[in-house]
Write a new protein. Structure first.
Length: 553
C-alpha cells in the first residue's frame, strides 16, 4: 500500500479549494497532528465519510464495499476474534475457498493491518474499505442479536432455578426486556408487538407504519417474560382473560422513554403491544413537519383564531395526536390557559393542564369537558370526539369564547361536516362554530441512501394521470441496510385543509350535502390531499406506490 496525499486528490477533484486544504493543514498542525487530514475534511463538511472512503479506495486500488448493500452472514463473525475486529474497525463480510474478505475503515493504519494478519491466519486476507460508521452499526446489530440469544439461555436457567424472582431488576428476564426495548429504539420503531403462537413468540417492530419481525423468543420463557412486563406497568399478572392498559418509564441508551402497554387475550396467550413514547416529540412544532408553505400558513391562520372549533381528522395511526401536541406547542404561553382531555395522556406538556379519561369512575370525555369549562380555560383540547354529548359540549364551548381542538375519524375534510350532522348536531351550530378541518396521513419517506429514479406500473400511472404535469418523474428506494432493505426511512405528513369561509358557512347552515360543500371549497383554495402527496412524490420525498397505498384517488 502506498503513501497518499489525500488533500491534493480532493483539490484535483474540485471537492475542496487550495485555500481550504491549507486551512485544514494548519488545523492539523494546531492539533499537534493528533488528527488525520481526512478526519478534518469530514469535520469541516468538505466531504462526507462515504465519499472520503471511496476516494481512498480509488487511490489505493482497493475495492470500496457498501456494507448496507450486501447480505452479511453474521454467523461468520463468530469464527473470528470480535475484539480485534472492533479495535481495528474492520469486519469479515465473506469467506470462500481462497480468501477471507475483510473491510476496514482505515487501510493506512498499518498497526491494524498487522493485528488482523496475525488474528486471521486460516487463509489470505483480501482487504476492502468501508466507512467506519457503517462497520460500527453492523457490530451494534450483532451485539443485540448475540446478547438476546445468551439472555434467553440465561432466562431458561433462571426460571428453572429454585430461587427465581420475577420482580428482580437484575434478573435475566429484565435484561432481555431492556435489550428488546433498546433494539426497537435503534430501529426507530413506534410500537413493539409481542405475539405468542403455537411454538414460539414473535417480537415485531412497527417501523414507519409497517411491521417487521426482529426477535423470536422461546415459548418456555414467555410467561415469565410477560409477567415481568406487566409488573413494570403495574398490571394484574394473575388476570389473563381481560385486556389491560398501563405504562412505565425506562432509561435506554442514557435517554428517558415512556412505554404505553396494552394486553389482550388470544388463543395462545396474551398479546402485548408497547407504544414507544419519545419525550423529545413534545418539542416538535409545525415547522418540523415538512409542510408546504401554503398549508403551514393555513394552519397557522386557523390556530390563531380567538374562538371556534378545529378538527384534526384521519384514521388511527395517521399522527393526529402528534399534530395536536405541535399545535399546542405553537400557541402555549404564560398568558393563556390550556387544558387537555386525553385517553391516555401520551406526553407531558409544559404550561398545559392535562386531564386523563377514567371510565372506571365514569370520567369520560363529556363529563370531564363539563368540569373543564368551570376552570376558565382559553384553549381546550379534546383527545377524541366519540359521541354526540362530547361533540355538543365541545361546540358549545367554542361558541362561548373558547378555542377548541379535537379529532374525528374521517377520510377527508368535507366528511367531517357530514359526520357532525350524523351525530345529531344542528347545521346552524356547525356553521357558527367550525373554523376548519385538517385531514392528514403519514407517508413513508424514500431512503436517501438508495433513492433512484423509477417508472411506476402503467396501472398506477393511470390512476393519477389527470393530475400529472407534462415532465413528471417518480422515485423509489431500491433497498439497503440503512432502511432494512425496505426502500423507506422515516415518514412525512401530507394533508388537506378545509377553511370555513362565509360561503361555506352559508351552505353548511342550509344543510347542503358533502358534494356541494366540496365543489364550493375547491373555488376557495381547498385542494384534496392527493395533490399534496403527489407534490411530495415529484420532489422525490416519497413514491407513487406509497401515495396510492395510503390515499384513495
Amino acid at each position: 500500500m502506498q503513501t497518499l496525499k489525500i488533500g491534493d486528490i480532493l483539490v484535483e477533484k474540485n471537492k475542496i479549494t487550495q485555500q481550504q486544504l491549507q486551512a485544514a493543514l494548519q488545523k492539523q498542525k494546531e492539533n499537534n497532528f493528533t488528527k488525520k487530514l481526512g478526519e478534518i475534511f469530514i469535520e469541516e463538511g468538505y466531504i462526507n465519510e462515504s465519499e472520503f472512503a471511496q476516494l481512498l479506495a480509488t487511490q489505493l486500488n482497493i475495492e470500496f464495499i457498501d456494507l448496507y448493500g450486501i447480505d452479511i452472514d453474521l454467523n461468520l463473525l463468530n469464527k473470528y476474534p470480535l475484539n480485534i475486529l472492533k479495535a481495528t474497525t474492520s469486519i469479515v463480510f465473506k469467506e470462500d475457498e481462497d480468501f477471507v474478505y475483510v473491510s476496514i475503515a482505515d487501510p493506512l493504519n498499518y498497526d491494524a493491518i498487522e493485528m488482523l494478519d496475525r488474528a486471521i491466519m486460516t487463509k489470505p486476507i483480501k482487504y476492502h474499505i468501508s466507512p467506519a460508521n457503517d462497520i460500527k452499526h453492523i457490530f451494534e446489530r450483532v451485539e443485540i442479536i448475540e446478547t438476546t440469544k445468551s439472555l434467553i439461555k440465561s432466562v431458561k436457567q433462571e426460571i428453572n432455578s429454585t430461587d427465581y424472582k420475577a420482580d428482580s431488576d437484575q434478573s435475566a428476564i429484565m435484561q432481555l426486556i431492556a435489550q428488546i426495548l433498546k433494539g426497537s429504539i435503534i430501529n426507530k420503531a413506534s410500537d413493539i408487538h409481542i405475539e405468542p403462537n403455537e411454538f414460539n413468540v414473535s417480537v415485531r417492530n412497527r417501523i414507519d407504519g409497517v411491521l417487521k419481525e426482529i426477535f423470536v423468543i422461546d415459548i418456555e420463557v414467555y410467561n415469565a417474560f410477560v409477567s415481568r412486563i406487566k409488573i413494570l406497568a403495574n398490571l394484574d399478572i394473575s388476570e389473563k382473560r381481560k385486556s389491560q392498559d398501563g405504562r412505565f418509564s425506562m432509561s435506554v441508551n442514557g435517554k428517558e422513554y415512556d412505554f404505553r402497554l396494552s394486553t389482550a387475550p388470544t388463543l395462545h396467550g396474551e398479546s402485548l403491544v408497547m407504544r414507544i413514547l419519545d419525550q423529545q416529540k413534545i418539542l416538535l412544532t409545525l415547522n418540523d413537519f415538512g409542510l408546504e408553505k401554503e398549508n403551514l400558513q393555513k394552519i397557522k391562520n386557523l390556530i390563531t383564531s380567538p374562538y371556534g372549533i378545529i378538527f384534526i381528522t384521519g384514521p388511527t395511526g395517521s399522527g393526529k395526536t402528534t399534530t395536536l401536541y405541535a399545535i399546542l406547542n405553537e400557541i402555549k404561553s404564560i398568558e393563556n390557559k390550556i387544558i387537555t382531555i386525553e385517553d391516555p395522556i401520551e406526553y407531558q406538556l409544559p404550561l398545559v393542564q392535562q386531564m386523563q379519561v377514567n371510565t372506571k369512575i365514569n370520567r369520560d370525555f363529556s363529563d370531564i369537558l363539563r368540569s373543564v369549562l368551570r376552570q376558565d380555560p382559553d384553549v381546550i383540547m379534546v383527545g377524541e370526539t366519540r359521541d354526540q354529548e362530547t361533540l355538543s359540549t365541545a361546540v358549545g364551548a367554542s361558541l362561548t369564547g373558547h378555542l377548541v381542538f379535537s379529532t374525528l375519524h374521517t377520510n377527508d375534510a368535507p366528511s367531517a361536516i357530514t359526520r357532525m350532522s350524523q351525530m345529531n348536531l344542528e347545521p346552524y351550530m356547525i356553521a357558527d362554530s367550525l373554523l376548519g378541518v385538517i385531514t392528514q396521513r403519514l407517508l413513508r419517506k424514500i431512503c436517501s441512501h438508495c433513492k433512484q429514479e423509477h417508472k411506476p406500473h402503467i396501472d398506477l400511472i393511470a390512476k393519477v394521470k389527470k393530475y400529472l404535469p407534462p415532465n413528471y418523474k417518480f422515485y423509489i428506494g431500491k433497498g439497503c441496510a440503512h432502511c432494512s432493505f425496505s426502500g423507506y426511512n422515516d415518514r412525512i405528513m401530507v394533508c388537506e385543509i378545509l377553511e370555513i369561509n362565509a360561503q361555506l358557512s352559508s351552505l353548511i347552515s342550509k344543510g347542503k350535502d358533502k358534494f356541494e360543500i366540496y365543489q364550493e371549497a375547491l373555488k376557495h383554495g381547498y385542494r384534496p390531499m392527493l395533490f399534496d402527496a403527489l407534490k411530495k412524490a415529484f420532489q422525490s420525498e416519497t413514491s407513487l406506490e406509497e401515495v396510492l397505498r395510503v390515499i384513495k384517488p
